[in-house]
Design a protein around this ligand. Structure first.
Ligand code: 13P
Length: 260
């Protein structure tokens, strides 16, 4: 596996204010310039601070090819009377090249169902965005050994409706496996479970695409930190990480980026 191809993404979620988001990106860029990690780095700030971060990156002369920007959520509609929503084109206006779709907090806190996530996936791919589709089981589903069934349903419902679009945009889709119970809990899935689920995702994608091999990136997320990142990123079929809490600490986040 070419280590340059790893993607490490920082999902800041609903954290930071204007001042602390500037400090976080300043501190991170300083460390980034010093350590020059080999991976692709993506920052997903709260959307209201996208422009603040964009201006900062420009001021610091950081190419958006080195540190990309993404949006944590998009509207399932292209545009129109949808109060409070942000369209994929609006995100592109602020130089976002990635969108995060179907995060478990969107699925379980904001009750987004497979239909909404499928619509968002389609819009995102149609707009040419790199699209990170999140999948993962709850603790109840995990205990009932339903993990693969749930993931298969989530992948198929999001990708089958846009199969041709998906087939012709394989380089634009990224899957993030985030067990819901591992998010923010300090508990990661075991290395064996991660390996097993990632291999299953790879296989399911092959079946959807009708191929024997695909090079779609599959990220792991759920309590990834500076101490466990190296062993998780070493697993076959793990092509990067989606980091929440630890991405709010510039030192921890750069250590994760440098652990490849
Ligand atoms: P934590 O790293 O805080 O567990 O969050 C993971 C996550 O949800 C990233 O999208």
């Amino acid at each position: 596996m070419n280590k340059n191809k790893y993607l490490i993404a920082a999902n800041w979620k609903q954290n930071c204010d204007s001042k602390s988001s500037i400090k976080l990106i300043n501190d991170f860029v300083k460390l980034f310039n010093k350590t020059k990690p080999k991976c692709d780095v993506l920052i997903l700030p709260p959307s209201i601070y996208l422009n603040t971060i964009l201006i900062r990156l420009n001021k610091l002369k950081v190419s958006l090819k080195k540190i990309s920007l993404g949006i944590q959520n998009i509207s399932p509609f292209l545009n129109g009377a949808y109060t409070g929503e942000i369209s994929v084109d609006m995100a592109k206006d602020f130089k976002c090249s990635y969108s995060l779709i179907g995060h478990s907090e969107r699925r379980h806190v904001f009750m987004e169902d497979d239909k909404i996530i499928s619509a968002k996936t389609k819009l995102s791919l149609e707009s040419g965005m790199n699209t990170i589709l999140c999948v993962g089981e709850t603790i109840v589903e995990y205990n009932q050994k339903q993990t693969k069934k749930v993931i298969s349903r989530q992948l198929k419902s999001a990708l089958l409706k846009s199969k041709d679009l998906f087939k012709s945009n394989q380089d634009k889709i990224i899957i993030a496996y985030e067990p819901v119970w591992a998010i923010g809990s300090g508990k990661t899935a075991s290395l064996d479970d991660i390996a097993d689920v990632h291999a299953y995702i790879r296989n399911t994608l092959n079946k959807i695409l009708g191929t024997k091999k695909n090079t779609i990136k599959i990220l792991y997320g759920g309590s990834v930190n500076d101490l466990n990142a190296a062993s998780i990123l070493d697993i076959p079929d793990v092509n990067g990480a989606l980091v929440g809490g630890a991405s709010l600490n510039s030192k921890k986040f750069i250590d994760i980026c440098s652990s490849i």
